[in-house]
Design a protein around this ligand. Sequence first.
Ligand SMILES: *Cc1c(COP(=O)(O)O)cnc(C)c1O
Length: 430
Amino acid sequence: MTTETTATRDTQVFDLIAQEQHRQESGIELIASENFVSPAVMEAAGSVLTNKYAEGLPGKRYYGGCEVVDHVEQIAIDRAKELFGATWVNVQPHSGANANTAVFVACLHPGDTILGFDLSHGGHLTHGSSVNISGKYFRPTFYGVERETGVINYDVVEETAKRERPKMLICGASAYSRDWDYARLRAIADEVGALLLADVSHPAGLIAKGLLNDPLAHAHIVTTTTHKTLRGTRGGMIMMRNDFENPFGIKTMKGETRLMSSLLDSGVFPGTQGGPLEHIIAAKAVAFGEALTDDFYDYAVRVKSNAQAMAKAFTDRGYSIISGGTDNHLMLIDLRSKGLTGKLAENTLIKADITINKNMVPFDDKSPMVTSGMRVGTAAMTTRGLNESDMEQVVVYIDKVLMNHDDAATLATVKEEINEWMKAFPLFKS
Ligand SMILES: *Cc1c(COP(=O)(O)O)cnc(C)c1O
C-alpha cells in the first residue's frame, strides 16, 4: 500500500476538493435538497469500510469477514427504526432513486399502473416520469395541485385513483411546501386496492422529530434519502411500521406467500443492487445517531421557523409563493409577477454566490430549461447557524440581485458582502 506524501498526493483531484470546500464555505446554499454533514459523518464515509464486500444482510451474507460490518449495518437499522418508529428498515439503497426502484421491482410487474404526483407540479422523476425507469416499465398516471390554490385536492386524487386503478399510489415531492394527508391517501389506496408508497426524501428530518405528519402510520412503505433534511451522507433507505403479506400474490419457490419485508429486501439485493456500501451505511448510522439527539430536534425546529421567516420576507417584498406559504423547509416561488424566469434567477444569483435552483411551477408556460420558478430551502443554512433575522437578510440580498440582474457592479458588491458575512458561519467549528 502506498502512503500518501506531498509528492504523491493527487493534487489534480484534491485541489478541486479544496476549491469545492471553499465554494461551500463562502456562499449561501439554498438548494432545498442539500445540507452539510458533520465531520464524523464524513469520517465514516471515508473509512476502510469501503474495502468490504457484504452482499446480503447482517448475519446472512454471501462473503466471509462480515462480522464487523454486520454490527455497523445493524446499528444503522436499529437507529433508523428508533428515529421513525419503524419495525423493518433496509439501509442499503445507494440513493433515493435506488430505494424507489427497489420498491417497484419488489411490488409491481412491468406494465402495472402507478399514480404519482405530477413532476411539473413538484413531484419527483422517479414517480413515473417518462425518462425514468418508473415511467418506462410501468404505466404512469398523475395527480397535481389546484391551479387556484397550489395545493393538492384529495377529492381529485380519489377520482383519479378510481379512474386509473393504480397498483401503487405514490405521494411525496421535491418541490411541494405543504404537509401531506397520509390518512386520506391510505383510505384512497385501500378503496382501489393499491399500495401506498410515501417518499419522504425531502422532509424526513422534520418527520423524524415529529414536526410533520407521520407517514409510517398510514403508508404501507416509506422511502427516503438520507442526505436532505435528515442531514446524513448521500444515500437512501426503505421502511415499514408494519410488515404484511404481499397483496399481489407473489409466492416463494415453495409456493408460500412472501412477506413484504422479504420482497423489499430482495428488491434491493439482488433485485436492483449488488454489494452494499458499508462505509456509507456507517455514515448513515452516525447521522442517525446525531438525528436522535435533542440538538437535532432544535435544528429541525429552526429549519421550520427559518422557512417561515424566509417565506414572510419574500411575501413582504411582493414575491408569490406557490400555495401561499410553507409547512416544511422549502418553498417554490413564482417569478412571473416580477417579470423574471427561473433560469435568469439561477444564473444571476450564482454570480453573488447564492445557490438556488430554477424549478417549474404548476401550470408553467415555460420549458424545463427556462422555468418560471425558483425553489429555495433552509436546511443547509440552518446547519450553518443562520437564524430568522439572517433569513430576512438573505432575502434582501436575493431581491437586490434579482432587481439589479444586469448590473455587474451591484452583483459584485453583494458577492463580496456575502463572502465576508459567511466567515461568521464556519462549516467546521474548531
Ligand atoms: C431527492 C429525491 C429523490 C432522489 O434521491 P437521489 O438520492 O437523488 O436519488 C427521490 N424522491 C424524492 C421525492 C426526492 O426529493
